[in-house]
Design a protein around this ligand. Structure first.
Ligand code: F6R
Length: 363
């Protein structure tokens, strides 16, 4: 890693010129702007006609960097909602979808084939549609059906628009009484995102920057990422998908305590030299016994010092923001340290283009 021609990863991550050269489409700046993005999204959601009757069930249809907004809503609803909330990632919706369903379709581009076919099925079943998108066929469809539409800011990679999507999706649930008022939570999350950008951003040297340190530790290793509580579980998924797309590496992720019952066996004998354990802990969302379970699994694996990030205090969205900021910065630094441009996702584009009725649809 530190041969005569290859600079050590930390010096790459601490060199502004090298960062600019290796991140030409400025993914780091996108990540750093997440707080502002959340505030803009809140205004867009508040301006949209989202109010409606309490549904029997909420289904969020979306894929990839958009679909995770459905996981976030399901996590937030877990302790709050009187009705089930389900994230669906695929063309088909469950058989129970009908006139009592609020169907939130989320696609940043508005052109994702799976999301569009889920919408068609939902509309045919009589579901009430809310669309969250920056445009494309989904915006056209919502407008032609007179369905509420939250038009989010365009021009980003979908995964770099997490807060543009999460805020309206959660606001759609708030507006029908599934979640309590969210404005304070969103503002708290935006403040956390700004604080994390100041703590984890490119100008903070590796010696003082936990995200850069994590990226260096994950170089040439398989990240095994576990999250605790509902919020930590979503953050673990986000960590995996962001490392996939920004750093172009495979990742194993799971939720605790479920991972204690299966994933742990894939690590029998200990982590070994080729893997690194990342723990995203949301103590506020853990069961009383989860702390002891975590100690037990670390002891069983012989891992004294996992890469640990705590969600800290505050409302659900603020704690989630603390963990997603870590995931977003770490994955981008990992891509940069590996010498891969974080932004393009050529293989994903190729697969989507091959399968989409709109060949060549935007990423
Ligand atoms: C790209 C990304 C992808 C897309 C997914 C769905 O940055 O994150 O996972 O989110 O291919 O596309 P959209 O979000 O446009 O519906």
């Amino acid at each position: 890693m530190s041969g005569s021609t290859t600079p050590p990863a930390s010096s790459v991550l601490d060199d502004p010129a090298e960062l600019a050269r290796r991140d030409p489409e400025a993914m780091l700046a996108e990540v750093a702007g997440a707080g502002g993005q959340a505030r803009v999204a809140l205004r867009a959601a508040q301006a949209a006609p989202l109010v409606g009757p309490l549904p029997e069930v909420v289904v969020v249809a979306g894929m990839g960097g958009s679909g995770i907004a459905g996981d976030v809503l399901a996590a937030l609803s877990f302790h709050e909602s009187a009705v089930p909330v389900l994230a669906v990632k695929g063309d088909r919706l469950p058989a129970f979808v009908g006139p009592g369903t609020l169907l939130v379709a989320v696609s940043y581009s508005g052109n994702t084939a799976e999301t569009l076919s889920a919408v068609e099925q939902g509309m045919a079943a009589g579901a009430r549609l809310v669309a969250v998108t920056s445009g494309g066929a989904l915006a056209e469809l919502a407008q032609s059906r007179g369905a509420p539409l939250v038009a989010v800011e365009g021009g980003r990679m979908p995964r770099a628009a997490l807060w543009s999507l999460v805020v309206p999706v959660c606001s759609a649930a708030e507006a029908v009484g599934v979640l309590p008022p969210l404005t304070d939570q969103v503002c708290a999350a935006a403040d956390v995102l700004d604080e994390e950008a100041a703590a984890l951003g490119p100008e903070v040297a590796t010696a003082d920057n936990p995200a850069k340190q994590a990226a260096v530790a994950l170089l040439d290793r398989l990240p095994v990422v576990w999250g605790s509580g509902q919020v930590g579980a979503v953050a673990a998924t986000r960590f995996r998908t962001q490392c996939n797309e920004n750093a172009k590496v495979p990742v194993v992720s799971g939720a605790l305590p479920e991972a204690d019952h299966n994933d742990v066996m894939g690590l029998e004998g200990g982590l070994g030299p080729g893997r690194e354990l990342v723990l995203l802990r949301d103590e506020a969302g853990e069961h009383d016994r989860d702390g002891r379970r975590i100690q037990a699994v670390l002891a069983a694996l012989g891992v004294a010092d996992p890469l640990l990030r705590m969600a800290g205090k505050g409302p659900d969205l603020a704690r989630l923001a603390r963990l997603t900021a870590f995931a977003d910065f770490t994955s981008t630094y990992l891509g940069i340290a590996r010498g891969v441009d974080p932004t393009p996702i050529r293989t994903l584009d190729q697969v989507k283009a091959a399968l989409s009725p709109r060949a060549g649809a935007p990423r």
